[in-house]
Ligand binder design. Sequence first.
Ligand code: ADP
Length: 459
Amino acid sequence: FGGTVKEPPLHIVHIAVEMAPIAKVGGLGDVVTSLSRAVQDLNHKVDIVFPKYDCLNLNHVTDLHDQRSYSWGGTEIKVWFSIVEGLSVYFLEPLNGFFSKGCVYGCGNDAQRFGFFCHAALEFLNQDGFNPDIIHCHDWSSAPVTWLFKDHYMHYGLAKSRIIFTIHNLEFGAHFISKAMAYADKATTVSRTYSKEVAGNPAISPHLHKFHGILNGIDLDIWDPYNDKFIPISYNSENVVEGKRAAKEALQQTLGLKKSDFPLVGIITRLTHQKGIHLIKHAISRTLERDGQVVLLGSAPDPRIQNEFVNLAKQLHSSHRDRACLCLTYDEPLSHLIYAGADFILVPSIFEPCGLTQLTAMRYGSIPVVRKTGGLYDTVFDVDNDKARAEAQGLEPNGFNFDGADCGGVDYALNRAISAWYDSRDQFNSLCKRVMEQDWSWNRPALDYMELYHAAKKY
Ligand code: ADP
């Protein structure tokens, strides 16, 4: 893709099951909200159809009101409307209780619940006469939209619509994904390198002609150290040193860590195999050996992994109480303070479709230390090794990275990062300033999506 698109405004409807900040589990939730806002800012009309979970974070929902109800799938479905982060959201509440389970995922019959939701969402669009240009669905959870649309709606009320399917993570529900790939008009995944990494997968390989890698961005209003109520001092690249010093002190104070100037490594993640658990554990001990501080914010859907980390947290609490803190929970405000207060954000993923934490880290002037995979490879350029690769993107190097999936790899990147902090602080501070000035927003990717949407219309 490339070039400016001069086409009439489009109407885009997302059918999704995660949306930041009202029901976010991982990056998918961030992307649904921030991509929609970016496209809306380009003067297109965007609506979101969303399950009305009982566990919605209602602090961010203004003026929620019910509009009407309809009968479908053997139950009554109430339609609610609200504005969330400036976006029009239609909430569907089936009275069969499918979304009153206290959680987004992990309620036993997720496939059945979300399959029902997809069909109910199309039925809602059809009955309400929406007929959007684009229906955009995401991952296995709204994959059924692709075939339900073609089987039941394409030749009826939704004749104008084209279906876009985005894979945020191929690991989840691969069998749904192969069917969705066949039915979608266009498909995307969330970075160019990940699109190449999965190109040989049997779910993807027959469909490469309509499959594109478009990098995710971050929402500059939601992630903005100059306007962030969770950090002590507003800062931008001009006063990054002062801003980050205050944030580090606040973080140390909040978590009971020693208030002194240590190199501080932050880790913010779901604790799953994908995220490189053994590498995370190794990095914690290596950082402590190098007299640094570590803050981990993460939670594990698998109780065994959660338990392992609970035990590690206890051990560290007795051995390194003032230099390590593991917060084994989901905590949005604390994540902001860590992005701001850390010197480094570590992302040692085994695979990573795009990764948002390294991008958010840079927005807050923290230096990413990452494994070279997927979107991490496309966005982090090593200060020692990737000058030419960065220049080819019009960028300067912005972090530290490593190959391989063993402890030696982590050491290679982390040791250089920590040494840069100890040995050449002025240069390190310039690096913090530089990464803050790089643009990892939706500015560019939103144009790529618009071009894809227009191409789908002509398909
Ligand atoms: P994934 O979608 O695989 O979880 P991403 O890097 O794409 O990974 O997105 C993760 C998002 O979730 C980021 O916005 C990150 O800040 C957030 N996040 C992850 N774990 C936590 C947590 N324990 N508390 C708060 N935010 C978290």
